[in-house]
Design a binder for this molecule. Structure first.
Ligand SMILES: *Cc1c(COP(=O)(O)O)cnc(C)c1O
Length: 387
């Protein structure tokens, strides 16, 4: 782990970026080039081809690495490209234990792509089970989301990291929901952090990207090699937009969280809300661990509407401030129905077992005024009742 010398709200603005040496440009330029001139064969400036090196991408990698207390950042063209590249570091016959409440695309990547390539996956409720029971010896990699998507369950990262260390497994944490503002898994003992930077890191719903962060020198070397050798790199514009988005990450996360608290307080009193998932209250099963390992509870909330699928579909289609869309973490509030949208690739039986009911609604709170968000949910409740 790398010690951070600045506060996070300073680091989001400055980390990894110095004025450009030729002109003094304050923002790192977009190096929109595929190749670099060489004065002599195999003699170059350190930059030879843009899949291998790009200064804009490197600025983003240094910045997010600093936020996650990591020595190394390796950026990719999407969150799933980052995850896929991590799986490529496994030996043939690799064994992975993953949390059972997973982003749907990660579930699909595990079960429809890599399990056909001699990697085996077992799912376990890492938010409830004793890590010694959930993670057998011989495991190469543990893949964890916390808080989970869409049920906002919380896993004890330090306890799972200790188990991994004892049996020589690597622990990777998908930190997309919490962001380094609220949780830094490497500081809790994880080996690797992965983000879909499409979400909060960029924060403006205009880029698809991913990044892996680590201080483990072997993992870093392997991921850096694969970034070039397998080539799932982001373009320089996307890297630049993400770098610009990260500058406001700290103030955005604070506002996302304020809005989540306001909406949760309203939902908690609503007679048509059957269950509410947000680890804010002492009664929430994840509250104690979240309070210990996180600096905030974030901007994602999910709840079960006391309704059948048809009513739930009417509800999510009736909002005017919230946009019905997949994805999350942008300045605008979004809502979605996991059973029909983000988690449709998870088999129905498994969804039921996990508690992803047909009436489960997931909210990504944006940065609008909370009163407008609550009024919008109230009018959609009313409108959807009619049928
Ligand atoms: C969106 C998301 C991903 C996948 O990222 P892409 O950028 O869409 O490829 C992975 N994990 C979580 C938690 C996500 O929300």
């Amino acid at each position: 782990m790398k010690e951070r010398s600045e506060h996070l709200d300073t680091a989001v603005v400055h980390a990894g970026q110095a004025p450009e040496p030729t002109t003094g440009a304050v923002m790192p330029p977009v190096f929109q080039t595929s190749t670099y001139a060489q004065p002599w064969p195999a003699k170059h400036t350190g930059y030879e081809y843009a899949r291998t090196q790009n200064p804009t991408r490197e600025a983003l990698e240094r910045c997010v690495a600093a936020l996650e207390s990591a020595e190394h950042g390796i950026a990719f063209g999407s969150g799933l490209a980052a995850t896929s590249t991590v799986l490529q570091t496994l030996p043939a016959g690799g064994r992975v234990v993953a949390g059972d409440d997973l982003y749907g695309g990660t579930f699909r990547l595990f079960h429809q792509v890599y399990s056909k390539r001699d990697v085996s996956f077992s799912l376990a409720d890492l938010t409830r089970m004793d890590p010694a029971d959930a993670i057998p010896e011989g495991t190469h990699l543990v893949w964890l989301e916390s808080p989970t998507n869409p049920l906002l369950k919380v896993a004890d990262i330090a306890a799972i990291a200790a188990r991994c260390q004892a049996i020589g497994a690597k622990l990777a944490v998908d930190n997309t929901f919490a962001t380094p503002i609220f949780q830094r898994p490497l500081e809790l003992g994880a080996d690797l952090v992965v983000h879909s930077s499409t979400k909060y890191l960029n924060g403006h719903s205009d880029v698809v990207g991913g990044i892996a962060l680590t201080s483990d020198p072997e993992l870093a070397t392997s991921l850096r090699f694969l970034q070039n050798a397998a080539g799932a790199v982001p373009g320089p514009w996307d890297a630049w937009l993400t770098l610009r988005g990260v500058k406001t990450l700290a103030i955005r996360m604070a506002k996302h969280q304020d809005n989540a608290r306001a909406v949760v307080a309203w939902l908690a009193d609503h007679p048509e809300v059957k269950r509410l998932h947000y680890p804010l209250w002492e009664s929430d099963p994840g509250h104690a661990v979240a309070s210990r390992q996180m600096d905030g509870f974030g901007g994602m909330v999910s709840f079960v509407l006391d309704a059948d699928l048809a009513r739930a579909e009417r509800f999510v289609s009736a909002t005017k401030v919230f946009t019905l869309a997949e994805s999350l973490g942008g300045v605008e509030s979004l809502l979605e129905l996991p059973a029909a949208m983000t988690h449709a690739s998870v088999p129905a039986e498994q969804r039921r077992q996990l508690g992803i009911d047909d009436g489960l609604v997931r909210l990504s709170l944006g940065i609008e005024h909370p009163d407008d968000l609550i009024a919008d949910l109230a009018q959609a409740m009313e409108a959807s009742r009619a049928g």
